[in-house]
Design a protein around this ligand. Structure first.
Ligand SMILES: CCCCCCCC/C=C\CCCCCCCC(=O)O[C@H]1CC[C@@]2(C)C(=CC[C@H]3[C@@H]4CC[C@H]([C@H](C)CCCC(C)C)[C@@]4(C)CC[C@@H]32)C1
Length: 682
């Protein structure tokens, strides 16, 4: 049965918590999912037992439900097995061990683990059971997003918009009633689709209609404009009293202005909106944006400058989204914080890989520090807040400001931020097997896009990917950095074409003998499943132990990094394995890549010196988030250095909850927690 594994993980999990008052780590997360799944099965069984003789009892429906949850429990058992494996080579409390310190044998175990996890069948998590692990208010929205994703993929390859739309509607309608085929489609496109598919889908809510509609229920603000910062170098005072020049971002794609959005609940003294609208003397270009009816607001007096300023960096896996799609909560923040919000619209990967985003965000930060009065703030207190990929950039900006001797923000808030942008295993990352927003295939592709790695036909390194090239814009040597950005390093872009491949998912690997397509009467199946549960099914752990590493037929396509444009079938599996033997694994490739050690890409890898004297860091993480361990480890790291740090771990919410504040009371509450953390800074 599943109990020994559950007992084992339960015994060790507390050692990985940040502290007793803040329980939360990847081990705990998977345990929670197991408990929720078991509770759901028990509830189903109880319902079936009580109602199976009723005339209205929908036998077929409940049989399929039970089948789905039992299969899911089987896959969760596999996850528990991987957790046990992970715990064998990580020392006490370490969720992401330092790979340089691992023995060759342990490194190999980690590599094998990544391959096995990638090969585990995901479909059961994306079918009937999708999103069962989250609070109720999030379940429907997440299922809808997956449904829309499956439908969207049907029209994606069409060139005309009309055809795209028609194909999505016609092709997608079959997914409404059939969660299994939706699951197959979602797993297929997230594993095999290229990064541009993910980008295109994630940009859906950037459409003016999708974006403006929800804003009707947000607090109206008096200022909501795009500010394009001038593409000119400028001087900034250092804490030492000297001055330094901040140069225009130019790495990879050349110098260009940085786009930002200024959101202010009040019109404030000195604020740019009070000035002429086109090109001003200080050459900031203002673009009119949609604003709510201001008639009521006009009567209100111009407020004095706020003593506070919030600088915001949006998430989107470094590849998508913008300040506009994050307005649903930013307007509320602007009101509650009583401070102007400057949200940075950095350039996106894969067209602009690391460190372009950081260059731009740092440039905008310095500009805001220098020109806070134009934003309606005296700049006395400054907070940088970022979610997801933005949380990573927010911490990196503070580190960089410290390193350069520029005024640091008074605090950083990272909400479900990513602190180790590296292809490495961790307990919470196993959750990417079942995450409706961040499935494993998409997560790996965001990582590759940010690192400038070509995905097609295996990992390809950027032409000039060396520490010197990427580091040139980020080297600690300030002199070198302020002289200008690094030259275009000629990074390869991810493959452009998207191919929908048939993924073989015949073998769930864990609930053997249970073919969903197999005909058997509903009653029979229910009884069989209940019996199977009672007996503890077959020995999954044993079957896992015996499973040869490279023979994982559940997902013949070896890993996301190896997806090629050739259709995937189970037949050429062995040919593929042969090919793999000559190639290092993605984990090993990443491990040897100098860029992946860059602390500005992965703040968790920063040296003690780089983290000492950093401003206070507030981390808000979600228990059911694949990148939860990033926050836990970063908090532990800062605490060990006696740095001011505060960690909150929220239960039942998914990664990206801020985007759902308008529809989920739990997400709204969590956003309020973020506000209170920012108020502590401001
Ligand atoms: C053992 C496993 C190993 C795994 C190895 C992988 C290791 C990878 C390590 C590090 C990689 C780091 C990558 C960076 C992390 C990025 C995190 C990160 O930034 O994640 C964000 C990505 C965008 C998004 C998904 C999100 C939140 C909200 C989402 C939005 C909500 C609504 C939006 C829809 C388009 C609206 C459609 C409406 C429809 C009518 C229903 C939607 C879904 C757009 C996407 C976002 C989280």
């Amino acid at each position: 049965g599943i109990e020994p594994a559950v007992d084992y993980i339960t015994r060790i999990t507390h050692a990985y918590d940040y502290d007793a008052a803040t329980p939360g780590n990847g081990y705990r997360s998977i345990l929670t999912v197991v408990h929720k799944c078991t509770a759901h099965i028990l509830q189903l069984c109880r319902y079936i037992t009580l109602n199976r003789d009723s005339f209205l009892f929908r036998g077929g429906h409940y049989s399929r439900e039970l089948h789905a949850y039992v299969t899911t429990l089987g896959q969760l058992r596999a996850c528990l097995f991987y957790l046990q494996k992970l715990s064998t080579y990580t020392s006490q409390g370490e969720l992401m061990p330092d790979e340089d310190k691992l023995s060759t044998e342990d490194f190999k175990t980690a590599e094998e683990l990544m391959i096995e996890v990638e090969n585990l069948d995901q479909e059961t998590f994306y079918g009937r059971c999708l999103a069962f692990q989250y609070c109720q208010s999030m379940q429907k929205p997440l299922t809808t997003i997956n449904l829309v994703m499956a439908s969207f993929s049907e029209g994606y390859t069409q060139s005309s918009t009309v055809m795209k739309f028609a194909n999505s509607i016609i092709g997608g309608s079959k997914y409404v009633m059939d969660p299994e085929s939706r699951a197959a489609r979602v797993v297929n496109v997230t594993r095999n689709g290229d990064i541009n598919f993910c980008k295109a889908f994630w940009q859906m809510n950037e459409h003016p209609l999708m974006h403006n509609l929800p804003l009707f229920i947000c607090p109206p603000v008096r200022l909501d404009k795009v500010l394009i910062l001038p593409a000119d170098d400028f001087e900034i005072d250092l804490l030492s009293g000297e001055a330094a020049t901040i140069t225009v971002p130019c790495v990879h794609t050349g110098p260009a202005p940085v786009h930002t959005r200024l959101i202010s609940y009040e019109l404030r003294e000195g604020q740019v909106s009070m000035r002429p609208q086109v090109k001003t003397s200080w050459s900031i270009v203002l673009q009119e944006q949609w604003l709510p009816d201001l008639s009521e607001n006009v009567a209100r007096a111009v407020a004095p400058m706020s003593h506070a300023l919030l600088i915001h960096i949006h998430g989107g896996g470094f590849v998508a989204q913008s300040s506009a799609s994050h307005e649903v909560y930013l307007r509320h923040w602007a009101k509650e914080l009583n401070a102007p919000v400057l949200s940075i619209d950095y350039s996106l990967a894969p067209e602009n890989p690391f460190p372009r985003q950081l260059e731009e965000a740092f440039f905008a930060y310095c500009w805001a520090v220098k020109n806070s009065r134009l934003l309606g703030s005296t700049g006395e207190r400054i907070c940088i807040a970022g979610d997801s990929a933005g949380g990573n950039l927010a911490v990196a900006i503070a580190m960089r400001a410290k390193e350069c001797g520029i005024r640091q923000p008074d605090g950083v808030l990272s909400t479900y931020g990513s602190m180790l942008v590296k292809y490495s295993p961790s307990p919470s990352r196993i959750l990417a097997l079942m995450d409706p927003l961040l499935p494993i295939g998409i997560l790996s592709k965001c990582l590759a896009a940010y690192a400038g790695i070509r995905v097609e036909g295996g990992l390809k390194f950027p032409k000039s990917c060396s520490t010197s090239d990427f580091g040139s814009a980020l080297v600690p040597d300030f002199d070198q950095r302020v002289k200008g950005g690094s030259p275009d390093s000629g990074c390869c872009l991810a493959e452009k074409s998207m191919s929908h491949k048939a993924t073989s998912s015949t073998d769930s690997g864990f609930i053997e003998g249970e073919d969903p397509a197999k005909e058997s009467s509903d009653d029979e199946r229910v009884s069989q499943l209940v019996q199977q549960l009672k007996d503890g099914a077959h020995d999954v752990d044993q079957s896992l132990r015996n499973r040869p590493l490279k023979h994982s037929p559940s997902q013949p396509n070896f890993s996301t990094f190896h997806h090629s444009s050739t259709p995937v079938t189970s037949a050429p599996l062995f040919a593929k394995i042969k090919e793999e033997e000559t190639e290092p694994s993605p984990m090993s490739l990443f491990h040897h890549m100098p860029l992946a050690k860059n602390p500005y890409m992965s703040p968790l890898l920063a040296s003690d010196k780089q983290l000492e004297d950093l401003c206070p860091v507030y981390l808000v993480a979600c228990q059911l988030d694949p990148i939860l361990d990033d926050s836990i480890m970063f908090a532990r790291r800062l605490r060990a250095l006696k740095q001011p740090v505060h960690l909150d771990v929220l239960p039942d919410l998914p990664h990206g909850f801020l985007n759902f504040v308008l529809i989920s009371p739990e997400a709204k509450k969590a956003s309020e927690l973020c506000i209170s953390r920012m108020l502590e800074v401001l």
